[in-house]
Design a protein around this ligand. Sequence first.
Ligand code: SF4
Ligand code: SF4
Length: 345
Amino acid sequence: MRYLKLGSGNIDRFLERISNYGELYAPQKISEKFYDYRKVDDIEKVEFNYNRTITPAKKYFIPPKQEMFEFDIEEGEYEETLGEVKPFVLFGLHACSIVALRILDGVYLNEYPDKYYAARREAGIIIGISCLPDEYCFCNLRRTDFVDVGFDLFLHELPDGYLIRVGSERGHRIVDENMDIFENVDNEDIENFKKFEKKRHEMFRYEGSFDNLRYMLELTENSPLWEEESEKCLGCGNCTMTCPTCRCYDVQDLPDIDGKHGKRIRFWDSCQFRSHGLVAGGHNFRETKKDRFINRYVCKNAYFYPLGTSYCVGCGNCTYFCPAGIDFLKNLMKIRDVIGAVHGE
Ligand code: SF4
Ligand code: SF4
């Protein structure tokens, strides 16, 4: 891998330069408490130190609401409206967010590639940034706290700038075309990089592995925990909307008022909504709130085999943004103990 240094004095210039490669989006403070990815109109507003955003980076690849095509009912024809997706630069993704995009790749770019997702993925330049965990993060238990594939550039904080890893051909081209703002990495930078990594590891609340959780969940379907916790759930769907790997969508045809033309759209859906499991004939294959609640836990802890990790990257968003105060991680911990008790451990 190629390593370079971006000194503190060149950070603004770096942001200006990368905005030459496409419209720039980055985390920005949007209120007293919250951050979100927004289009960058002023580089001073780009936030380098944040823990989570209210909407995950998936929104740039699977927009919350997306037009798929227009149709003519009388002619029985349809017309693509995808068009050209202009290049854009997504700055400031944490390692877990980049792994989340790779998980989405596995879903959307498999043997039947989704052209809407593929076009946006191709157009998006990904620039990652290191972070320090807060009390909600458990990416270390998911092995997603460090990423080595899936970005063009990745910035690691140093006391006087950033150590940059170059992760793609596109990343090489960006640094080659802007070598005047980069320096070579020296021994002090390497020592500082090691210190940051050590500090980061020491800040995680929990250690260990969640590799066996999927099976524990399947084995504890009758645990009273599900009744108690799902009782508190409001079914609002915040947990899935803010989850960087949740990907369920609904598709609807919207006819124009003339009844002759219309649009097909798709939009984010949530397995926590009662309507999610409702099918023709009025049957609902997840009728109760408890069914829907358990489903999310089992789904997120199932394995994404190509990466050898679960569908949950341990970002903590679902807990942080849950209005009912339901703690996803604590519930997983409890499930581990329940199964421990079952086996008399
Ligand atoms: S965010 Fe909390 S209350 Fe809302 S659906 Fe998810 S678990 Fe239920
Ligand atoms: S399930 Fe929760 S902790 Fe896991 S990736 Fe989704 S939002 Fe993050």
